[in-house]
Design a protein around this ligand. Structure first.
Ligand SMILES: [Zn+2]
Ligand SMILES: [Zn+2]
Ligand SMILES: [Zn+2]
Ligand SMILES: [Zn+2]
Ligand SMILES: [Zn+2]
Length: 159
């Protein structure tokens, strides 16, 4: 009796594992996390090789000075948060935490904008490039960002 229960438990566990894998490949955000509202979008210079937004003095004739690759214009979700040097942890926070002069610094946290179908999860960097999994897909395309669910792009502030 006990052995049977153990076996079915193991089967259920394995089943759960495959299920979790099938559900992967999303935006890296778990569904229960607060999604980014993508309230501020700017077109910024972006280097796809470095996966970074080089400053204008880091770009030479349209190429990234670091990798020599081509810099493109990318729709970028812009959020800011505070970070501070004095409290050890590099935790990002939403408010100036102690008010001490020169402690908390407001920093921009950039993330690429993606357009994603809410039904089939097809996604692309341009809304017109989204290719639905099926021709009959009636899903709506919503704007989201690469870091959606990770503070300050939605998500919860780490304590
Ligand atoms: Zn680069
Ligand atoms: Zn602080
Ligand atoms: Zn402080
Ligand atoms: Zn779709
Ligand atoms: Zn965002």
């Amino acid at each position: 009796m006990k052995r049977i229960a153990m076996a079915s438990l193991a089967a259920a566990f394995l089943c759960g594992l495959t299920l979790a894998q099938d559900m992967g490949g999303g935006m890296g955000a778990k569904p229960q996390e607060k999604a980014c509202d993508v309230s501020k979008v700017e077109t910024r210079d972006y280097c796809p090789t470095c996966k970074a937004w080089p400053a204008s003095d880091q770009i030479e004739k349209g190429n990234c000075k670091t990798c020599k690759g081509k810099v493109e214009k990318a729709e970028t979700c812009v959020k800011t948060c505070f970070t501070c040097k004095m409290h050890g942890a590099p935790a990002r926070h939403s408010k100036d935490c102690c008010g001490a002069k020169g402690c908390c610094k407001e920093i921009p946290v950039l993330a690429l904008v993606w357009y994603k179908c809410d039904a089939c999860s097809a996604k692309a960097r341009k809304e017109t490039d989204v290719k639905h999994a099926t021709e009959t897909c009636a899903g709506k395309i919503a704007k989201t960002c690469e870091q959606s669910g990770t503070f300050p792009h939605g998500g919860e502030e780490s304590k």
